[in-house]
Each structure stands twice: as C-alpha cells, then as structure tokens.
Write a protein that binds this ligand. Structure first.
Ligand code: SF4
Length: 212
C-alpha cells in the first residue's frame, strides 16, 4: 500500500469509527493484527467462557492459538463434529464473551451480515454478556447499498466455496439467489445502533483480513 492509499484508508477508518461511536458502538482502531489480538484479550476476563462465530478473520489473527495459552474455555471451537456443533452453538448464545467478525461495516456506522443458520447474528444481537467484533479495513464500505452488493456478489460465493456447499455459486462464482438446502444466505441483518442490552466492542484492524 502506498503512503497515499494508507492516508486514504486511515481517513476512512477515522470517519467509520466516529460514525460507529455515534451509533453507540464502542469502536477502536488497531493498526496491526498483533495489536488487535492484544486488544481482544485485554477485554476478556480470565476464566470466561467464549463463544465464536465462524470467521476466517479469527483464524488469520491466530485467535484460536492465542486462546489456548490462556485460562479461557471455548464453547464452540471450529471443526467440532456436526452432532456436537449444534449443541455448542446453542450454548454459545449464553457465553460470557462472543467473538466474531462482520461481513461489512458502512462508513455511516452500521454492521451488515448474512448468515446461514443464524447462530452468529443471533449471538451478536442478544445473549452473550459481551460481544467483540473484529474486522479488517477491507470490510469498510460506503453505505448499505454497497454492503448488500458486495456481500451478495463477492463474499457469499467465496464463503460458499470455503464451506464447500452444494450451491450454484460454487460452480459459477456468481450468486444465483438459490433455494438450495445448503444455501448460506438465509438471514440478512443490519445492526443500525448497538443493541441496548449488550456490551459491544468493534475493533477495526488496519490490515486486510477475512474474505472480500
Ligand atoms: S444465495 Fe445461494 S447462490 Fe447466492 S451466494 Fe448464497 S448460497 Fe450462493
């Protein structure tokens, strides 16, 4: 990234954080992945039970390796067998801290997500005592129209490919607005302001993280 691109991105982050705060989200900027990981764990009390939303970002941050170094229990680790995963996802709705990413953040301070089963967006809205949302600078978009377009046209097909679903987008790379039983785009949410009963933190990382 050139110094001018970096300058532009930092200005974009500044106005996005300002807008998130105006919408009652407690938002901070972490310039690097390392600083983001430090910020996440500074927000988590020892002994906490952690729930997670499926996230490429968390894997890229090394979150799961870091959690093993601490006195923390992860309720729904990735790669649980399907018969255990459903029970664990339900239990994670009542975790002390739920950590996940978001599909997009608009410059006017809203969070946009698409979910297949709903456990991630459900936990983001209500249940856990604290929710920590961490995302790369690439997740910032101008407005809700851009968020919907980017997530539907780019991020959802890439996620379907990652999850190896039997959906048309995995063959073509384009969304066909399918009705497949394995469709991953069943629930669309817009978090306009911070949910009133949830302690919510948003960390924007100055690196490209996750898909899109
Ligand atoms: S609606 Fe279906 S085709 Fe479109 S991105 Fe989602 S899973 Fe793929």
């Amino acid at each position: 990234m050139t110094e001018f691109e970096r300058w532009y991105k930092e200005k974009q982050i500044e106005r996005t954080i300002k807008a998130l705060k105006k919408n009652n989200f407690d938002a901070i900027y972490a310039p690097t992945a390392k600083e983001a990981v430090d910020a996440i764990f500074a927000m988590i009390e020892e002994g906490s039970r952690i729930g997670v939303g499926g996230s490429v970002t968390l894997r890229q941050l090394g979150f799961f390796e870091e959690i093993k170094k601490r006195s923390l229990t992860i309720i729904n680790p990735p790669d649980l067998p399907p018969e255990e995963a459903l029970r664990a996802r339900k239990e994670a709705l009542l975790s002390d801290v739920f950590v996940c990413s978001t599909n997009a953040i608009t410059e006017d301070g809203m969070l946009y997500n698409i979910d297949g089963t709903g456990n991630r967006v459900g936990a983001m809205a209500f249940g856990p005592k604290k929710v920590i949302i961490v995302c790369g600078i690439n997740k910032i978009v101008k407005d809700l129209d851009d968020a919907q377009k980017k997530v539907k046209e780019e991020i959802a097909p890439m996620n379907a490919k990652r999850l190896e679903t039997k959906t048309p987008c995995v063959e073509t790379g384009e969304c066909a607005d399918c009705s497949s039983p394995q469709r991953i785009c069943n629930i669309y949410t817009v978090m306009v302001k911070k949910p009133s009963r949830t302690d919510m933190k948003v960390i924007i990382v100055g690196e490209h993280l996750g898909l899109g």
